[in-house]
Design a protein around this ligand. Structure first.
Ligand code: MLT
Length: 410
């Protein structure tokens, strides 16, 4: 008899964003006249930069020419892109990362979800709470947790509360953990972490022979010049950290799909009998077996984001979204909301009025203002009593959404 992977049956609810989409669909079918503004899922709305589009057109034409046609590319990504990443994203900031340590992929969601499979099932994982649900759900699917509890948490996971009191940067866990997921600038709270704060984590990981999975998908939104864009800007990180980056929010690639993961040469985990095993060749083996590389056209698009024009044009979109975040922060503050984030990140994290339940507040905003946000509880137990507003939309829609929320108070 064929058996199902029962770990999937432990999953508490549908994945957060399809669940929101389901509720929005039901509402809009019942209210077809409602002009819904979506500030829920962090999906970009600005078109791809002209320099990137031009590079894609050129690459498409090359694919039509016998002498330039490309079949399978290197699974790890073309050298032209890996070299640009190493120079622009790392070496220019003093981080010693080589092109051969970079794995180009089709998304950080996939990479942060897949990477756990190269680690033993008995490892103890630690996540921030609230947290991007992919880190938790993929460990549930893999069988690294027990059942889900009433609070929405899973047995066996160490949750590290991120609260107003700790500035949304968690305290070190009071027990030894093996695999630590950190995301800065943070999704969903919009908080950024300083070099000193990350150094504490690096020291902890060294002491406990743990690995940090550092998700830096939103680094392009950092406005504070003191904040690190990469964990590798901090001494010692190469020995304990893997970093994820994405073109999705940096260059509007959510529909195009391109990202990369950095695994430093020499970074190790351990066998049961204590021998060090290098992770780079293990991930390389996994990557080559399960992945055939990102399309040539898409990698040419990613490379164009590093051109002079490309950099200028993608900055314009990032600044537009950051300005939306400022408007959201200011308007909600004026209405008396307690707001966080939105300065070094495209997300604003807001306390619900009168500590209303976050799904309750989601329903209220949807039905009375026709505005979609993300309920904080969808990101974990510590997200209850909060909601997240995404700055990814047009300035017009953001203004309109803020007006509608303001009208709720008249
Ligand atoms: C979010 O809204 O949290 C993100 O868009 C989800 C993602 O990047 O997968």
């Amino acid at each position: 008899m064929i058996k199902v992977n029962e770990n999937y049956l432990k999953l508490k609810a549908g994945y957060l964003f399809p669940e929101i989409a389901r509720r929005v669909k039901i509402f809009s079918q019942a209210n077809p006249q409602a002009k819904i503004i979506r500030l829920g899922i962090g999906d970009v709305t600005e078109p791809i930069a002209p320099a990137v589009i031009a590079a894609m057109h050129k690459a498409v034409d090359e694919m039509a020419e016998r002498e330039n046609f490309k079949g399978y590319g290197p699974e790890q990504g073309y050298d032209f892109l890996r070299n640009l990443i190493a120079e622009n994203d790392y070496q220019s900031r003093g981080a010693k990362i080589d092109a051969n340590e970079i794995f180009v992929s089709d998304g950080s969601k996939c990479d942060t979800g897949n990477l756990q499979e190269i680690f033993d099932i008995a490892n103890v994982i630690a996540v921030q709470d609230p947290v991007y649900p992919v880190y938790v759900d993929t460990n549930v699917m893999a069988g690294r947790t027990g059942a889900s509890l009433e609070s929405g948490a899973y047995e066996g996971i160490v949750y590290m509360p991120c609260t107003e009191e700790n500035g949304f940067v968690p305290q070190l866990p009071d027990r030894a953990v093996d695999l630590i997921y950190l995301c800065y600038p943070n999704n969903p709270t919009g908080a950024a972490a300083t070099k000193q704060q990350l150094k504490t984590w690096i020291d902890y990981a060294k002491k406990n022979k743990a690995i940090i999975l550092f998700d830096a998908a939103y680094e392009a939104y950092i406005t504070d010049s003191q904040m690190p864009h990469s964990i590798y800007e901090i001494d010692g990180a190469r020995d304990v950290a893997i970093e994820f980056r994405s073109y999705s929010k940096t260059a509007g690639f959510t529909g195009l799909r391109c990202a990369f993961t950095v695994i430093p040469q020499g970074l190790c985990a351990y066998t049961k009998d204590g021998r060090a095993a290098e992770l780079h060749p293990i991930w390389n083996r996994r990557h080559c077996t399960k992945f055939n590389g990102v399309s040539y056209v898409t990698q040419c698009a990613a490379a164009a984001t590093y051109s002079k024009q490309g950099k200028k044009q993608i900055r314009k979109s990032i600044d537009l979204y950051l300005n939306n975040a400022r408007v959201i922060r200011e308007q909600l503050k004026k209405l008396g909301y307690k707001v966080f984030g939105g300065v070094n990140a495209p997300y604003v994290w807001v306390q619900t009025p009168n500590r209303l339940g976050s799904w309750e507040f989601f329903d209220l905003l949807l039905s009375r203002a026709n505005v979609v946000v993300t309920p904080g509880a969808g990101f974990g137990a510590a997200g209850e009593g909060y909601f997240r507003i995404s700055a990814f939309n047009s300035p017009e829609n953001v203004e309109k959404a803020m007006q509608r929320i303001a009208e709720l108070y008249k």
